[in-house]
Unconditional design. Sequence first.
Length: 103
Amino acid sequence: MNLIQEDWVSKYKSDEKAVVLDVRTEDEFNEGFIANAINIDIHSGQEFIDAIENLDKNNNYYVYCRSGMRSAKACEIMNQLGFENAYNLEGGITEWDGEIIQP
């Protein structure tokens, strides 16, 4: 499900089962990320699938990338793998106006 930033943030903040998932490359992630995000690179192929399959399907995933395209694809993949709640951040971190953590 695609959500604009305002909805993504309000849903995330009120969700006790929320997990923020960054699907960009490690290099992109190291340039700055949204607080508490875990990084699983969607371009890592089978490694991405394996890592996603190891996540708890009972949690709700708030997924983002640079512009919202890769994260939309990641949400589709997650839905196919049985995740019921994967929320894509429209516009990605490029349009993010919240805090960005610098590693």
